[in-house]
Design a binder for this molecule. Structure first.
Ligand code: NAD
Length: 294
């Protein structure tokens, strides 16, 4: 790494809090090294309080850009000059590109999710999706799936502060896309079971299954699943969540964790900054072989 850094190295940041656990610096720095690109990617622990100064520093230091994660994905918008159409619809940004002092915000989580399915040779366009969660992951997944042509989305959220966000997501999808979205209470288990019975894909974007909720799953009865559906958990640590185990026990063939989405959202940001394709198979191999993260 040190051999690559010189007076011309372009800096890319990651601004979030907490962030020390992130795999993004490993992913991007290894990809830069593999392609011989003169960039460096560093994580900066920045919360809402210092975000304005930190984003201004992208201009001051002539950084190439930054990733943005929780709790800054929405708050960052006020400091940017432009937004991509998807970032506007999501009202959230996870990637900033600096073009000569003009900062544009993008969101690559939704496209990352859709691309990860394409990588597996799976097509959900024109089909029905059941989705739980309407936060930083659930929102871009729902909006991108609708923009790309998923026919119907049944969104389930529990009665908590993100319910309002879920209402907003459904409204935007119904107004701005051809997809028909309906919001249901997660507590309404009979409806949840019914909606799962004829869907092409169930995606859990709630974080249930990840520490400290690693012993939990929103679906506990394997009979709620059917073999030819896709079950997708946005969690990638642990690599196999309780939901994934239950889906496999039901004979579901296409069961995924969030690694593919994580890789593809990173690859799209990488392309925006460098105009080069991330060597994704190389990076996947590198991350998959890291047993500590499993
Ligand atoms: P968030 O806090 O913004 O939203 C959480 C959502 O889950 C809300 O809709 C909330 O109502 C729901 N929720 C939370 N706890 C719940 C519970 N116990 N029961 C039912 N619903 C519950 O979080 P986020 O940023 O959207 O992250 C959610 C998950 O997605 C996390 O596991 C995160 O690691 C993962 N994620 C993965 C990627 C990826 O690239 N694979 C990207 C972003 C987030």
């Amino acid at each position: 790494m040190t051999e690559r850094i010189d007076g011309h190295t372009l800096l890319i940041g990651l601004m979030a809090y907490p962030i020390r656990h992130s795999m993004s610096p490993t992913m991007h720095n290894n990809a830069f090294a593999k392609l011989g690109l003169n960039y460096a990617y560093l994580a900066f622990e920045v919360g809402n309080d210092k975000l304005g100064d930190a984003v201004n520093a992208i201009r001051t230091l002539d950084m190439r850009g930054s990733n943005i994660s929780m709790p800054n994905k929405q708050k960052v918008i006020q400091y940017l000059d432009k937004l991509s159409p998807a970032a506007k619809l999501n009202n959230a940004v996870n990637t900033i590109v600096n073009d000569n002092g003009v900062l544009t915000g993008y969101t690559t989580d939704g496209t990352g999710f859709m691309k990860s399915l394409e990588d597996e040779g799976l097509n959900i366009l024109g089909k029905k999706m059941v989705l739980s969660g309407a936060g930083g992951a659930g929102t871009p997944i729902a909006i991108q799936a609708a923009l790309d042509g998923v026919k119907e989305i049944s969104l389930f959220n529990r009665d908590d502060p993100s319910w309002e966000n879920a209402e907003r997501n459904v409204k935007i999808i119904n107004e701005e896309t051809k997809c028909k979205a309906t919001l249901y209470h997660l507590e309404d288990q009979e409806v949840f079971k019914r909606e799962l019975s004829d869907c092409a894909i169930y995606c859990d974007a709630t974080g249930v299954g990840m520490k400290p909720l690693e012993d939990l799953s929103l679906v506990n009865d394997p009979s709620w699943f059917h073999k030819d559906m896709i079950v997708y958990d946005t969690v990638y640590s642990p690599r196999e969540t309780k939901l994934m185990k239950i889906a496999k026990s039901a004979g579901v063939e296409h069961v995924f964790n969030g690694l593919g989405m994580m890789l593809e959202q990173g690859a799209e940001a990488f392309k925006l900054w460098t105009d080069k394709d991330m060597p994704i198979d190389y990076i996947r191999e590198l991350i998959f072989s890291d047993d500590d993260k499993k």
